[in-house]
Design a protein around this ligand. Sequence first.
Ligand code: PMT
Length: 218
Amino acid sequence: YKNKDLKGKKVLVTAGPTREDIDPVRFITNRSTGKMGYAIARAARNRGADVTLISGPVNIKPPEGVRIINVYSAEEMYDAVIRHFNDIDILIKSAAVADYRPANRSELKIKKTDDDLYIELTRNKDILLEIGKIKKHQIIVGFAAETNDLVANAMAKIKKKNLDYIVANDVTMEKSGFGTENNTVKIINKFGEIIELPNMPKEEVAHEIFNQILKNER
Ligand code: PMT
């Protein structure tokens, strides 16, 4: 990428799933592979940004030249984001953070019995919601993984979480969403303008996000 138009910008990206332990051998997670977030980190680096990537557990290699912070659970991701937020210019939250965790993590492996087992779940903090309350100069981009009512749900998240943009991701579409090389998204800004993108590699989606941010900054 020839144009270093993010030079001087500090970009924080979150990627991947989180894991919420049930006991020492079991956890709850989701289908995120980190591909979208890692592509965003790579695109930002290629445009000259200073990039920090906060990543849940994934099996892909981080791009060279970015600062990587590995986290496990939603709580750890929350702490890492809060720790870095004051110092950055742009936050892009492509991670698929668990909304709930087991209310009681068992220290010992839960033994099976003849009965059904019920696991009580408690709410995790919504990282974006908390960040939205303390934001100053930063530009915040959220993602919305939806299976229905894509635009309405995404728009509601922009308002509720005080975001500048949301990348609305219909995860039921072909070659889109979790685990795929490509993605099909709509970038929506806080004024409700919608940019509908065709299916394209995740790194190109990442560049489109930065194009929008830079266009509106000028
Ligand atoms: O990793 P890949 O396999 O490449 O897949 C990419 C992806 C589908 C995970 C990605 O494109 C995507 O859509 N990420 C957002 C997934 C998600 O958690 O969406 P959500 O609608 O549940 O959450 C909305 C936003 O709030 C997200 O920016 C999320 O990071 C944030 N959030 C959610 C819960 C929580 N406790 N804290 C948060 O900050």
